[in-house]
Design a protein around this ligand. Structure first.
Ligand SMILES: NC(=O)c1ccc[n+]([C@@H]2O[C@H](COP(=O)([O-])OP(=O)(O)OC[C@H]3O[C@@H](n4cnc5c(N)ncnc54)[C@H](O)[C@@H]3O)[C@@H](O)[C@H]2O)c1
Ligand SMILES: [Zn+2]
Length: 366
């Protein structure tokens, strides 16, 4: 696989990891990993930086580490090794690590610099850019956080080689979302990639060589640049997430949502994929989105993501969760982003329970 370092932060276009890290004072380089990225990704990173010494902190892998005590562990680690304002924290991992490390860096001594090196597809195309940092609090995902951009996001597809298949598909779902809200051309490209049924390593490579990965990142960056603090337009990135979050939180709370091929809770991207199927259905019914888009997405779902199953009473509970979503405005009707067509999203669509129920019926009858 061709390995390239793509440097996305426009302000530091000519920046190179090596030269930057060489300039930092002795003892001021800090690296955060989780237990999996320590094993799979740290050796690659260490090769990159050669002889430059660094302090390493490793947290247990998994969303359950994304909490306040882990933030304290990072602060204590920085303090213990006398991190100053000159320090740089490198977040080497998936979205759990880039969100958490970003928050700890954004708040330590009122903010030190941090670099994200995302190692999951989801973090490459979504979590590591856009400036959101944070952690889960009192059972609510991303409850506490900041908007603080990293000094750079370095993306190298080499890290995808060791990623479990389920995690790759989780990130692919967010890529499908980016294409659906922004570009017919990218949508067709991704459908083609899905149809090719490549083995995982080749699939990961093709994401890069076809430019699909780069295009997906560019879509998110463009939306964020126009609405950095989520005042309006950025809501288009929530496409698929109104239903997706309801499924995800229900699954996390041991709600008996049976999902084919899953013993554990499904990853975020799977829930988003199912959410998008329901929301494209609503887009067809409410906004006249071409039915072909629904057929195409349904086909990808059946081929790769499996069918979630859910009975009538559980459908009712999912709808209640959508009403409780923190993104709702005062009137509390679930707020959807829908599509008039691929690349033509419409935000702030408030729908009735009957409409939502019909879309869920479609999703769960597949
Ligand atoms: N800030 C944002 O804008 C934003 C956007 C989307 C998601 N997120 C957050 O991102 C998180 C989800 O991100 P994620 O899916 O990357 O989860 P994750 O960081 O938990 O990674 C998923 C799993 O993959 C492992 N892993 C990571 N890289 C690997 C590699 N190269 N090889 C082998 N294993 C590897 C991890 O250890 C973990 O077990 C959530 O906390 C979510 O809230 C944030
Ligand atoms: Zn998402």
């Amino acid at each position: 696989m061709q390995t390239l370092l793509i440097i996305l932060n426009v302000e530091i276009m000519n920046f190179e990891l090596f030269s930057l890290l060489q300039d930092i004072p002795q003892g001021q380089l800090f690296v955060l990993t989780d237990s999996h990225t320590k094993e799979h990704c740290l050796p690659i990173f260490a090769d990159f930086i050669g002889e430059i010494p660094y302090h390493l902190l490793t947290l247990e892998a998994g969303e359950k580490s994304k909490n306040l005590s882990s933030v304290q562990v990072i602060w204590d680690f920085l303090l213990k090794h006398r991190a100053t304002r000159e320090a740089i924290l490198v977040n080497l991992g998936g979205g759990m690590i880039t969100d958490l490390g970003g928050f700890a860096a954004a708040t330590y001594m009122r903010g030190i610099r941090f670099v994200n090196i995302p190692t999951t597809l989801l973090a490459m195309v979504d979590a590591s850019s856009g400036g959101k940092t944070g952690f889960d609090y009192q059972g609510v995902k991303n409850m506490i956080g900041t908007f603080t951009p990293p000094m750079a996001t370095l993306i190298d597809p080499i890290f995808l080689r060791t990623l479990p298949a389920e995690e790759l598909l989780s990130g692919f779902a967010e890529m499908l979302k980016h294409a659906l809200i922004a570009s017919q051309e990218e949508w067709i490209k991704l459908l083609q990639l899905a149809q090719d049924e490549l083995p995982q390593a080749q699939f990961a490579e093709a994401l890069f060589t076809t430019g699909a990965l780069q295009a997906s990142i560019a879509i998110k960056e463009k939306v964020v640049a126009q609405d950095p603090r989520e005042a309006g337009l950025r809501h288009i990135l929530n496409f698929g997430h109104t239903v997706g979050h309801a499924i995800e939180s229900a699954a996390l709370e041991n709600f008996e949502l049976r999902i084919k091929n899953f013993e554990l809770s499904p990853s975020h991207g799977y829930c988003v994929l199912w959410g998008m199927v329901a929301e494209v259905y609503l887009s067809v019914v409410k906004l006249g989105c071409p039915r072909e888009v629904l057929q195409q997405l349904t086909q990808v779902m059946l081929q790769y993501y499996g069918r979630p199953q859910c009975n009538c009473r559980q459908r009712e509970q999912l709808i209640q969760r959508m009403y409780q979503d923190k993104k709702n405005s005062a009137n509390k009707t679930p707020n959807f982003t829908l599509l008039r067509a691929v690349g033509d999203p419409v935000i702030n669509q408030h729908l009735s329970e009957e409409d939502i129920n019909e879309a869920l019926e479609y999703l769960f009858s597949l």
